[in-house]
Design a protein. Structure first.
Length: 840
């Protein structure tokens, strides 16, 4: 409920809707302010755990319903304090299933009838309360007295106490067997009930109720759930539930353990490391009547994360998605980095095949487009893919239809977990002679696709001491390994060395290698795991552009890669996977591919030659992809092993000339008005972003800089998390009359020095009131040429070698993409969809 903003806006909206009809039909008897007060009294409800928030909401509603010569409206019956997540349904405690055949009633059935009669009485009083006009002080006084009479009703109070016991039991309070029957038998007898109140378990339950602010929705708002005779209505619930629930991710001790366990026991959406908003969303949906409308403004993470799956299932099973307002490109809450959505759901069976996806344009005008239900809702985990177009959906289905799943071949799981920081420090070591020590890799050791550096540490593999040690076969078998945090795409490598994997990695082993392990979740050997046993074939596939597109459009949650998503990756089916390959023909095909890469043939010539073979047999494509995957690992390993650190090559040296003093330095043409010439007098927080050097000739270079600053109007710029925007690279200095060695040094050294900054080489990245960015650049000090000439030559040779490898890697990568496209028989239009999406 918060400060009541949603309630006042709802009151205003409903008032305007009614007044629109009044004006259209020229009805004279309605006064807008009276109508506003009546709507507030009868239609608006709110709950907040913070009592002060409730009082603020009342104040907001009083201001909303203020009318001349009339007292402040009575709102206590509808705006209440309590923990809306914690409580019991009295119809669950005392069931509505009362036997009416004239036979003898059980104690629980008798108590249910008492509940029904009590609520019938309360409903009569509530009807009387709502009938009061709310116009004068006497009316307000009458409403207060009548509401107090309702709250003081003895039987009504006992129902609250009974519901408290039921809820407290879920908080771990030990309620003896037979206690509910005893309470049921005593509920109409004040003396017997007082005896029950003396029991320790009863008193403890009431104490817990006070501490945890129990809130029993059916008892607090009986008119919403029960009919005139006290029975549960078929359409029990609110016509509309709206709001902005708390966003609180359950990590560590963010919430008390007993409270979290209560939520897990009551709400199916309290799943994994959930966020409170998913539980509030479940409650909101359940409080909405059949045919009613539910809408919250909530983070978008539930649409694709594993913890959001139960909420997605609930939405699909219990509601019809009418629309979703996509606010992910907006900063809805100032200073809070959250991507928001506003789903609008109807509590009913889903019948529509389309969902309206809405967004706001630059003028905050709503734009809407209808997308098919199937295009938005993903397979497997029912993820909601709001950015997936109809074309994306159709291409996804085409790819899936021609594939086996990754988990048909591989068993996939997380790497080992130590459990605590202390255990990580104890068991993860840089050097060890301990016989239990095994070389271990982490996420940071996978530096990109096909890029795995040698292990930098060891794990002392003492299974009994680790929180989740997994098992040896998962690590020591040949395997593919995915990095958990990899941006928007996938990073996979092969490992034939048996490295152990930390929890920031996801190892994947052929099912054949682990089927014998006695562990839950390990499948039996599949035909696919035997037929597709060369792991370099799926390695090439999962690292391809097509899989980057597939993962981003269908699986990614923009947080991290998880085993469940890897398992869903499609691997092209090879129809003739069991056929024998003609070695001579394959060797020719293989050499065509590799020779084309090495000899830098035109890619279309290479692809055309390879395509002809694949059209004759998919098996050729399978084997070539496997070999290219091996080649990519080799090329990237060679590249990773190159030392491209300029300081390492230069070693120790003395300072030489500054950029202002070397060669002939002058500003580029038309640079007078450049932001690089400004100071913090014109642009507060002005600083250098990065540097680049354009080599015009052996003796001439142009140094370019980007500038970073905080714009006055952030909404007009693309800014980072610190509020900075960055310009394109702008000409800063042009230096001529250089020796080739001096030009080489500037080209290599300046970008490194600018990136290091902080006084390194005399360079500081921040402008001042008297120093522009160009002033800062001119003071950058180069090493003395004679001290670094040999090291610089070695560095330049290493860079040249790296560039050669990068060119081969790029061409090999492109050939892999083309083969994957060919195996799926993608059209030019489909390839365009993939590459444009990935390019964005």
């Amino acid at each position: 409920m918060g400060s009541g903003h949603f309630l006042t806006k709802a009151t205003g909206y409903l008032t305007e809707q009614v007044m629109e009809v009044v004006r259209e039909q020229e009805i004279q008897s309605y006064d807008e302010q009276d109508l506003r007060r009546q709507i507030a009294k009868e239609c608006i409800y709110g709950v907040d755990v913070n009592g002060m928030a409730v009082e603020l909401a009342k104040l907001s509603m009083w201001l909303e319903t203020l009318a001349a010569d009339k007292p402040l409206a009575f709102l206590d019956h509808h705006l209440k304090a309590g923990n809306s997540l914690v409580g019991s349904e009295i119809t669950e405690v005392l069931s509505d299933d009362v036997d009416d055949d004239g036979g003898q009633l059980t104690l629980m059935q008798a108590a249910a009838r008492v509940r029904q009669r009590t609520l019938e009485h309360v409903m009569d009083l509530m009807e009387d309360l709502l009938a009061i006009d709310n116009d004068g002080l006497e009316d307000i006084k009458s409403m207060e007295e009548l509401y107090e009479e309702i709250r003081d009703d003895p039987l009504y109070g006992r129902l609250f106490e009974l519901a408290n016991v039921h809820t407290a039991e879920r908080f771990g309070v030990n309620i003896p067997d037979g206690s509910y029957e005893k309470m049921a038998g005593a509920i109409e007898d004040p003396d017997e009930w007082n005896e029950i109140r003396k029991r320790n378990w009863f008193a403890t339950a009431q104490t817990v109720a006070t501490k945890e602010d129990f809130f029993h929705w059916e008892l607090e708002f009986p008119e919403v759930f029960f009919g005139d005779e006290g029975g549960k209505q078929p359409d029990a619930g609110f016509d509309a539930v709206i709001g902005n629930p708390p966003y609180v991710r359950i990590y560590g001790d963010t919430l008390p353990e007993d409270y979290v366990e209560y939520l897990r026991g009551v709400y199916e959406t309290a799943h994994m490391k959930f966020d409170l908003y998913v539980v509030f969303s479940q409650l909101g949906i359940e409080l909405t009547r059949e045919g009613g409308t539910f809408s919250y403004i909530i983070p978008d993470k539930f649409t694709s994360t594993p913890y959001g799956e139960p909420l997605r299932n609930l939405i699909l099973e219990e509601t019809e998605m009418l629309s979703i307002l996509d606010l992910r490109d907006r900063d809805v809450f100032k200073g809070v980095s959250v991507s928001n959505l506003i789903p609008v759901l109807q509590r009913s069976e889903a019948t529509s095949e389309a969902i309206e996806i809405r967004s706001l344009d630059t003028a905050n005008t709503v734009e809407a487009a209808e997308l098919s239900h199937d295009a938005i809702v993903g397979n497997g985990d029912n993820s909601f893919r709001l950015g997936r177009s109809v074309a994306d959906f159709r291409l996804t289905e085409r790819v899936r239809d021609q594939s086996i799943r990754f988990d048909d071949i591989f068993y996939t799981n997380w790497g080992l977990r130590t459990g605590t920081k202390e255990k990580t420090e104890q068991f993860v070591v840089e050097e060890s002679s301990d016989p239990r020590a095994e070389p271990m890799i982490r996420g940071k050791d996978i530096m990109g696709r096909y890029q795995l550096r040698d292990p930098q540490e060891y794990i002392i593999y003492e299974k009994s001491e680790l929180y989740n040690s997994m098992f040896e076969e998962l690590f020591e078998s040949d395997k593919l390994v995915f990095r958990k945090i990899s941006g928007s795409g996938l990073m996979a490598v092969s490992d034939e060395e048996g490295y152990y994997c930390f929890s920031t990695l996801i190892p994947c082993v052929n099912i054949q290698d682990v089927a014998h392990v006695d562990r839950a979740g390990i499948p039996e050997i599949t035909d696919e795991s035997k037929a597709y046993d060369d792991m370099y074939y799926p390695l090439s596939v999962v690292n391809s552009t097509l899989m980057e597109w597939f993962y981003g459009v269908n699986l990614s949650d923009d947080l991290s890669v998880v085993p469940g998503h890897i398992n869903e990756l499609p691997i092209p089916t090879i129809e003739d996977i069991d056929s024998e390959v003609d070695d001579e023909t394959y060797d020719s095909l293989h050499q065509t591919g590799l020779a084309g890469i090495r000899a830098e043939m035109q890619m279309n010539e290479v692809v055309e030659s390879v395509r002809e073979r694949i059209e004759a047999s998919d098996r050729f494509g399978h084997d070539l992809l496997a070999d290219l995957g091996r080649e990519m690992m080799k090329l990237n390993t060679k590249h990773t092993n190159l030392n491209l650190s300029l300081p390492d090559h230069l070693g120790n040296y003395e300072d030489g000339a500054t950029l202002a003093d070397i060669g002939f330095t002058q500003p580029p043409k038309n640079a007078a008005d450049s932001i690089l010439q400004e100071t913090t007098e014109q642009k507060p927080n002005l600083r250098v972003g990065r540097a680049a050097v354009a080599r015009e000739s052996d003796s001439t270079v142009e140094i370019q800089l980007t500038a970073r600053y905080k714009p006055d109007n952030e909404t007009a710029y693309v800014t980072d998390q610190w509020g900075y925007t960055e310009t394109d690279a702008l000409p800063a200095l042009r230096i001529t009359d250089l020796t080739a060695a001096e030009a080489d040094l500037i080209e290599a050294f300046v970008p490194v020095a600018v990136d290091e900054a902080g006084g390194f080489a005399g360079f500081r990245e921040t402008a001042t009131k008297t120093n522009s960015l160009i002033d800062r650049l001119r003071k950058l000090t180069l090493p003395k040429i004679a001290d670094v000439e040999a090291g610089l030559a070695d560095y330049m040779a290493t860079v040249e070698r790296a560039e050669e490898l990068e060119a081969k890697i790029e061409r090999t990568d492109a050939l892999i993409d083309e083969i994957v496209y060919e195996l799926y028989e993608l059209s030019e239009e489909e390839i365009k969809i993939v590459e444009e999406t990935v390019g964005e």
